[in-house]
Design a protein around this ligand. Structure first.
Ligand SMILES: [Zn+2]
Ligand SMILES: [Zn+2]
Length: 303
């Protein structure tokens, strides 16, 4: 099953040096989940060959413009392109007001429904699940209420050992029960243990998205052992005072967090416009956590 994330924006605050404000597209089993939607996200989707019409779920972390200024434009384009399928939108309650006001004054009546789910940023909760993935919020520490998102793949059914099943002439009609870890008593009197005819499926993978936040151990438990941790790293550590003041994280801190929570891979992003090139940020993070990569526009990472 595909479980990967493509970076559409890596900049904080303003678009600069060909870096776009934050947006990521998560592909889980060919379903598309948009995480944040900074200005220019539509163009980024086109640039990297994705169809906006395939997005059915949008998750917005907070109401700083670099994370949501692209939402109204995207929703409007979907309408103009004839979408009728409902779209699920998760974000701060006030996002609904903002969207409604914009469409009210432009006399726009969407031809599809927005199923809006307000997020309570004061506590972590399960906000979504389907057959592929579940999504929990991560309470972050930012200047305004802000949540990250933890995407956990759904555990797959057990795998059949077909050769053995055929050899012992177990009827195919019983295969679904075995996959669901059920033992069977066959009409001919034989007892079939599922453990003898199936193997465990892969351990579900976890993707944690943490932007924007300052270093705060209160959310560490929730992101523990993530297969891939995306963490903002707005500044170099020499700017720690500025990071604390603006409730952001330094590259060194992002690496420290990845180490402390036992992440397997770290992606850093949300880079300040003060950095024309990003090598120093990557080097600093790699010093503390070797398996770090820059979450750059157009790059796709397997979770
Ligand atoms: Zn931001
Ligand atoms: Zn912010």
């Amino acid at each position: 099953m595909k479980f990967e994330v493509t970076i559409l924006g890596s900049a904080s605050a303003t678009p600069v040096y060909n870096r776009n404000p934050t947006a990521q597209l998560l592909n889980c089993n060919e379903r598309h989940y948009l995480i944040d939607c900074g200005e220019g996200t539509q163009q980024q989707l086109i640039k990297y060959g994705f169809k906006a019409s395939k997005i059915d779920y949008i998750f917005i972390s907070h109401l700083h413009g670099d994370h949501f200024f692209g939402v109204v434009g995207l929703l409007s384009s979907l309408h103009l392109n004839g979408r009728t399928k409902p779209l699920q939108l998760f974000g701060p309650a006030a996002l609904k007001e903002i969207i409604d006001l914009q469409f009210l004054h432009s006399d726009t009546h969407l031809r599809y429904e927005i199923d809006f789910h307000p997020i309570d940023a004061s506590k972590s909760e399960l906000i979504f699940k389907n057959n592929d993935v579940s999504v929990e919020t991560i309470v972050l520490n930012h200047r305004i209420p802000c949540t990250g998102f933890k995407f956990t793949e759904k555990k797959r059914l057990r795998k059949l050992v077909v050769e053995k099943l055929e050899q012992d002439a177990v009827p195919i009609t019983y295969y679904p029960m075995l996959k669901r870890s059920l033992n069977i008593d066959l009409p001919d009197g034989r007892h079939i243990e599922y453990l003898d005819y199936t193997t465990d499926s892969a351990v579900p993978k976890v993707y944690c998205y943490c932007s924007d936040t300052m270093y705060d151990e209160s959310y560490f438990d929730q992101i523990r052992n993530a297969d891939t941790l995306y963490h903002e790293a707005t500044f170099l550590h020499e700017m720690l005072d500025r990071a604390n003041e603006t409730h952001h994280t330094t590259a060194q801190q992002a690496a420290e967090i990845a180490t402390k929570v036992g992440a397997k891979k770290l992606l850093i992003g949300h880079f300040s416009s003060r950095y024309k090139t990003l090598e120093a940020l990557l080097d600093e993070a790699k010093c503390g956590f070797e398996n770090t990569q820059l979450a750059l526009e157009g790059k796709t990472f397997e979770i």
